[in-house]
Design a protein around this ligand. Sequence first.
Ligand code: 0RA
Length: 653
Amino acid sequence: MDNKKSNTEYNARNINVLKGLDAVRKRPAMYIGDVSSRGLHHLVNEVVDNSIDESLAGFCDKIEITIREDGSVTVQDNGRGIPVDIHPEEKRSALEVVMTVLHAGGKFDKNSYKVSGGLHGVGVSVVNALAEWLKAEVKRDGKIYFQEFRKGVPVAKVKEIGKAGKNESGTKITFFPDPEIFNTTEFKFSTIAERMRELAYLNKTITIIIKDERNGGEEETYHFKGGLVEFVQYLDENRQPLHKTIYIEGIKDNTPVEIAFQYTDRYTENIFSYVNNINTTEGGTHLSGFKTALTRTLNNYAYKNKLIKEGKINLTGEDFREGLTAVLSVKVAEPQFEGQTKTKLGNSETRSAVEMLVGEKLTDFLEENPSIGKIIIEKCSRAAEAREAARKARDLTRRKNALDTMHLPGKLADCSITDPEHCEIYIVEGDSAGGSAKQGRDRKFQAILPLKGKILNVEKAKINKILENNEIKAIISAIGAGIGVDFNEEKARYGKIILMTDADVDGSHIRTLLLTFLYRYMQELITAGKVYIAQPPLYKIKKGKEEFYAFDEKERNEILKRLKVNGKGNSKEPLDEKNLKGVSISRYKGLGEMNPEQLWQTTMNPETRTVLQVMIESAAAADKIFETLMGDDVEPRREFIEKNAKYVKNLDI
Ligand code: 0RA
């Protein structure tokens, strides 16, 4: 620090502050999950969450996020502004306390539904600690205040730097993430925009603007006065809803509950649940309260109105959720988060609040809208019939041993060890690549399952058809952990499921089909981080006896530059074919072109390969991607692929 004098002034309090910030800098992952791109974006979410808290308290209706030309990010809101008066105990400004003391934000604020759980709600002091620099500007009481920090430590005390308008207030925080902490400091517009869109749906009074001032200058404004209803309609953009969206809202036992849902012509269940704006991917009491109320209310309604005939198949909870798209959002004052990723709500009072509210309001709705009631019960009865048919088909195939894990599929070349933690399975496109993979692999821990052609698009098929598909049957029995509601991730026979397809359009289509299947029927595999995408090289470069592999064009040109064969080797420059001086470059068209040894060396050897881990950052966003990629409508798919060409290539969903 350039201000040496201040060193002598450190009192016990300052030392404690430094200790706190130091703990965050020593173990950043404890506070923000990790130091990759994901953790980096948590910083932005954390600052925005504080603005959202202001909005939940009723003081803020606009948030503006800007990615600046220098790579820093600004989050500006029109809330009350962080207080700047001297904190009586801390003897420093409240702003400085909020910025430097862990979890200080909440100390001042009596508003009850604070975002707190999972990785959120760690406090903006964590962002400050992990920022190379951070500048806070506060408008309050007709004045503008300013304070700057480096790696969490104040550069100087807060000072007044100007006048603000009469009724103007708000907080503006600009920061640059510390490159000593993060693997990457590059913010992605699409990653931030996705979360902001979600927040805008969940908080219908708020307007969120996001701007990218780097090349391109993208900008989006999110404001949805229809809230959850619009969210559900957005999720079902490419599905056919069977009726108008149902919306239930109310406060029960001090718990605000909001739900929008509709049935579509599809067969999968898509329920997204939130607690204090946090996506509870592991569900919890609020979700089970909703499911219970839905099953009970619809069942009662159906029998009371004689919509289901006596003696017919009983409808199960699952039947009542086939083709259902729903978003459930509750606010809980003191949420208890449980589960592996701390995204499962544990509060039991929330279960009964949701269950009672949905029970009452849905009963009323059905009484008032009998035609919709009839449509829903018909849809659910058909689901029950299909479930029966599927059960029969499954029994049949089980007898034929196809789904039986005791009898592995004939095409599978299994590995010799059986401890799932150390085993991996390559699901490979095509028999010829499958053959190379079988020869090239380390048979001790690597299993190979070759697939013929394209698998079924599960997004558009009923469960009984899905279970008749040979390629899908082979995948299910090889993994050996069941499917759908019966899926048990702990039974998976492999710790890594690696998808290996050609680096062409067909290959990426097959990969998407496989991912769709895994997402819809073995989602826990993805949430557990067990699904990977192999990265075969695109180019082989040969000079004399030396061979090099390149995974993309940029890398190819870098290798050529190192070999000093192609002028300046600028990666953006087109290849000068005449200037290659005894170097040969071949472009792999498919996996099948590689011999077993090459395939092992480049794509399968754990020591040298790169594999991409498939992650679901936001379940709603992932659903949307699969729906767009796999649904009926061609136009949105084309648009999506054009807009997200890079995104689809990396599939970092
Ligand atoms: C502490 C107390 C109050 C508000 C805030 C912090 C606050 C923090 C952030 C962070 C970003 N935007 C923010 N807006 C507000 C309550 C203020 C009062 O009682 O006037």
